[in-house]
Design a protein around this ligand. Sequence first.
Ligand SMILES: [Zn+2]
Ligand SMILES: [Zn+2]
Length: 300
Amino acid sequence: MNRVFYKFRSHRNGEDLARTLRIISEGQIYATKFRELNDPAEGDFKMADGSAADLETRKVLHTQIRVVSLCRFYSNALLWSYYADSYSGVCLAISFPDDHQPESVIYNALHDSIVPDRYAYGHAEAAKRHARRKLDYWKHELEYRVIKLANSEEDKLFVPCTVHGALFGVNTPKEDRSAIEDAGKSVNPDFFTDEVELSAGFSHPCLGTGLGAHPRARNNPWWLSDGGGPLFRTDTNKCFKCDAPEIGDLKNGYFLEEHLLKEVDAPDYKLKANTILLCPSCHRKAHIDRDFLRHLGGNR
Ligand SMILES: [Zn+2]
Ligand SMILES: [Zn+2]
């Protein structure tokens, strides 16, 4: 099964919408220059010694690396606000051919030295590997990236893709919805569209907070059941590790946090058996010290 990823888009003008329609009808998506990404700190790395080699790697990173930024899930309410212009844009469900598969972003490693990679693989590969790293305050986005190397600074690079459907926010204008639906149906009669609705959901620190947008339809396509992430809460009421009791509730917010025992790319990550509750302190430890939960057989 080819996995589906999500691309949020804002439509602030006619050209933004036209680009969305072209992604759908042409089956390809523009790969952005690394410098045009939304975090200005993106791409910094520890200069080894300010040598000519450092500057050369940085030049490749800034001029030749191209990135398609995607999300693993569509359900994070924060992402609808940031990237779909407060629920007025669209979230496209997209898959990619084998040789253009998105890779998960590695958080917390942005400022790592690139020297070992450069030694082992050269400037281009070191720059590509570095483009997968991001500071961990972006962790809640669960971003994935298709990372490509262009031949030159002027190169415009497009990545082939298939758009399976589109999710609209509550504020997406009617005309935009019908234009997107028409474009989708003209390439695929099964093109799926739906509107997401907000629900309180739960804060899920493993997946980032704000798991709150759900589609309304009942007969959903296969890709929707994955993109929603785990939305249940386990029945226990104490920290799995230290027995600290639950002191909150649905109305006031929970104290204990859901922790996933499997990575989100494991097919069974969302089974109830693979989620436990931890107190915030144990949860932090579980993510920092991989041995902390070892006896549970977890891998996070
Ligand atoms: Zn605990
Ligand atoms: Zn966790």
